[in-house]
Design a protein. Structure first.
Lengths: 184, 286
């Protein structure tokens, strides 16, 4: 406030070097108006969209702003891809999920870190007849669905040899064929 | 040094471009079609926000914006007034926003909820009008006199530009071939042209939605995000140059560029007219 007539009227901006500042009249709050590249916020304490870090070290050691780290599983044309402070990925694509888009989302399996999108995360597609409780989830890595008794295949879509009636919904039943009259 | 009232700067009369850049909404006055770059300044400082879409209501002279860091839609008078949130709940990633100044409503896209909503300008009477077949909806614009809505979806597998009436009925795909990342969309009522800027094909194109006559305006543009039209000119924000670029639609070339001091991404852009265009629609009289 330059109208008080004291030596302390004008004080240096509480902003990183090069930034200018201004006072909000209503709240008398000082706001930086020209933060260094990649930073923003009242005190230049935040990272720009698409970056994360803690440029002033407000909640720990100083972490310079870096581009969102999401395992190549975000789209550069999207906005708000990660949390500006923690870096938590918010817009995972290719059916991935997790803090760094580093695992498959529920109902999908495979390698979220594969370089080819087609090889990343595939749908579990568990057979509703052969799966326990008609679950849609499967093992993240192998894709194995949880099969009912005597049901087999990754997606629980077939009966074990010697068993039939997958569509019963309770597992497959033994064929009970007479070994003498059967061909195999 | 300190300037008075850093959060809100009243705008002088005249037509301006308004665009969002990292926690602020800046404006550039237009003199004819020329950007008065030396007179550009921030009209609103919201240092903790990530502002994406901007729209202007020519009746009440208010700017509306979407914001994704604490997802919300807010407004403020450009003649100087406090920013006021109008929608605070049930938003994930609000991006494009458009005003029907005749019907006194606003429309927006949400790229995570994958839907298009409408509400009165004060946030009341909110309603979802489109909630199917959307993957990455972003740009949205209105044609109030004719009651039409247009939006673009940059879904990399099947990008498209669509239209519907303002209640979401009569939905149709207008363009789906030879699109990449149609980020920006604008409608010029005088020429009845819908124009878009594509960051995938690097083209700017226009068509009369009623005739379907698609034509190329410019090739080799860099990375458009938002676009807005004003007479013969189109202005777009560019993520490569961190600039507002002016394009002469008839000459098919870039004529000027404004690069703000701060080098960071520019998002939505809109034209703030000194006066509303004439016309009325059925919503305004009902």
């Amino acid at each position: 406030d330059s109208t008080q007539g004291t030596p302390a009227d004008c004080q240096p901006c509480p902003c990183p070097a090069g930034a200018t500042c201004a006072v909000v009249p209503k709240t008398r709050e000082v706001v930086c108006t020209n933060c260094p590249a990649g930073t923003t916020g009242k005190r230049c304490e935040l990272c720009d969209d698409g970056f994360f870090g803690d440029p002033l070290g407000q909640s720990g050691p100083v972490r310079a702003c870096r581009a969102c780290k999401c395992s190549d599983n975000i789209d550069p044309n999207a906005v708000g891809n990660c949390d500006r402070e923690t870096g938590e990925c918010l817009k995972c694509i290719y059916n991935t999920d997790g803090f760094f888009c580093d695992r498959c989302k529920d109902g999908f399996y495979g390698n979220a870190l594969a370089s080819n999108p087609a090889e990343k995360c595939k749908p579990c597609s568990c057979s509703p007849f052969g799966t326990v409780g008609q679950q849609t989830g499967c093992s993240q890595v192998t894709g194995q669905c949880q099969c009912l008794p005597h049901v087999t295949e990754r997606d629980c879509s077939a009966c074990e040899p010697g068993f039939y009636n997958l569509h019963s919904g309770t597992g497959c039943q033994r064929c009970n064929c007479n070994p003498i009259g059967s061909t195999n | 040094g300190p300037t008075p009232r850093p959060d809100v700067h009243p705008l002088p009369p005249g037509t301006h471009l308004m665009f969002a850049q990292s926690g602020k909404i800046e404006f550039v006055p237009l003199e004819g079609y020329d950007m008065k770059k030396d007179d550009a300044k921030a009209v609103l400082h919201l240092p903790e926000k990530v502002i994406i879409g901007v729209a202007y209501d020519c009746v009440d002279k208010m700017v509306y914006w979407t914001e994704i860091s604490s997802p919300s839609i807010s407004r403020a008078s450009i003649q100087g007034g406090d920013p006021t949130p109008v929608i605070k709940t049930d938003l994930d990633s609000p991006e494009g926003i458009a005003i029907d100044h005749l019907g006194r409503t606003m429309f927006w896209t949400d790229s995570v909820k994958d839907r298009i909503e409408v509400a009165s300008l004060d946030g009341s009477q909110r309603r979802v009008i489109i909630d199917s077949d959307l993957v990455n909806p972003r740009a949205i614009i209105t044609d109030p006199p004719n009651g039409n809505l247009y939006w673009a979806d940059w879904n990399r597998d099947a990008p498209k530009i669509e239209t519907s009436y303002m209640d979401g009925s009569n939905r149709r795909v207008l363009v789906k071939d030879d699109l990449g990342l149609p980020n920006g969309l604008t409608y010029d009522p005088q020429s009845a042209l819908l124009c878009w800027a594509d960051a995938g094909t690097h083209k700017m194109e226009c068509m009369n939605p009623a005739l379907g006559d698609r034509r190329k305006v410019l090739e080799g543009i860099q990375y458009p995000f938002g676009i807005t039209s004003h007479g013969k000119n189109i202005y777009y924000t560019d993520w490569r140059r961190d600039a507002v670029v002016a394009v002469d639609r008839y000459a098919g070339r870039e004529t000027d560029e404004f690069q703000p001091l701060k080098r960071t991404k520019l998002y939505g852009i809109t034209t703030a007219y000194a006066q509303c265009p004439s016309g009325q629609n059925y919503c305004a009289v009902n």
